[in-house]
Design a protein around this ligand. Sequence first.
Ligand code: C2E
Ligand code: CA
Ligand code: CA
Length: 420
Amino acid sequence: MDIKSVQEGVKSPFIENIEEYVVVFLDIDNIRYINDTFGHSIGDKFLSMFGNRLSQIVGEEGIVFKYNDGEFVILFHKNEKELIDKKIQFILNESNKVFKEEDYEILSTASIGVYTPNSNDKIDDIIKKAYIAMYQGKTEGKGNYKHFTNSIEEKIKRKTLLTKELTKSIERNYEGLYLIYQPIYNVVEKKIDEAEALMRWKNQELGEISPAEFIPIAEEMGLIRKLGYWLIKKVLRQIKEWNKEGLNLKIAINISPQQVAEKDFLKKIKETIHEEDIDFRQIKLEITETQILKLDEQRFKDLTELINLGVDIALDDFGEGYSSIKSLVFSPITEVKIDKIFIDYIHQDEKIQKLISSIIYTVHGLGYKVIAEGVEYKEQFDKLLEYGCDKIQGYYIERPIDEKKIVEFIKGFHNTHYAI
Ligand code: C2E
Ligand code: CA
Ligand code: CA
């Protein structure tokens, strides 16, 4: 869904003295699922029932309009904010219920956005603002309500702009997109034999945009698959180039949820590595813990097959989210990447020291390697060595650098027997 559907939406309600109202935009989160699962005739009945119920709840205190399919606009007479908030919360609770229709039980949830208009606001803008608040709330988690603020509007504008520019870049043969590589120190071998590929984007007008900003947008807007394939090809070609220079690095590639979820993704990766004639042992895929727990049996099999061919699978950002023992025990992985949030305190906090040393012990017991990321200081590095961490990545070793600099860096590093 995009903002356009509101701008070009069906008839907007015409109301005089709009400033006397608070505008609420309600969107049924799973309307498409309901139509697809139960059929449109049941879907329509559900919607009309939903609308009636909404009108009953709102009663004399406002007016309910049907907007696009599964969308309603409610105008509440202005009142104390608390009272309106209470009413909206009630609507939300009532929307998140089981509806019975014929023999079917339909569980719905709704997201709501709220905007309080000024007298000079135009009706379309008003609805758009309520919609924007709803949309922002939805991206943070369905079944919620949110009031419109200017910062939400700014966020959405920026997102729309970045989506447009990123699409343009991709169309223009990935213009402005490039990769840099962060060296990874192998503690056992005392050398640098790996690096993580990190995507960068320099847009002509907007300048350098952080991956922490554009990757989530690319994921949400369905652009990540294309970017992902481009990146893999680019990495494989780069590995070939380095191999020719006698530098046999293993490269870690970040994989987004939509990529692994794609049916043929892992098969395609396998084929591409094969086509480019690269040793599977030169490839590592980094998948986050939250992501890996969502994969089905077939994906687990595919990952296991890749592991058997020699590919490393790292559990990225370990400990950052809801860590689960399940992900450690049952997932097809070869290493665990401890998140920077722990490394940040490892030289200062005794509890974190105990935690990390036992994580390293446990992970080794399960037969996997341990890598630490975000290591910035010697004190952190020393602690990790003391606990038997296998690999270290972070500014203490080196920042992410381009494909030429990394060759020089590694040569220099090995020649000077770095004071490690
Ligand atoms: P990540 O996978 O956890 O990558 C590590 C991030 O930490 C990188 O930020 C890296 O530059 C930064 N970093 C490394 N060492 C240090 C350190 O010692 N101190 C500090 N403060 N930071 C350090 P970056 O490159 O900005 O990437 C951010 C996130 O964007 C990545 O987190 C990853 O989730 C995503 N990302 C980047 N490139 C790609 C990509 O090609 N594909 C996908 N799917 N995601 C990517
Ligand atoms: Ca990573
Ligand atoms: Ca990470």
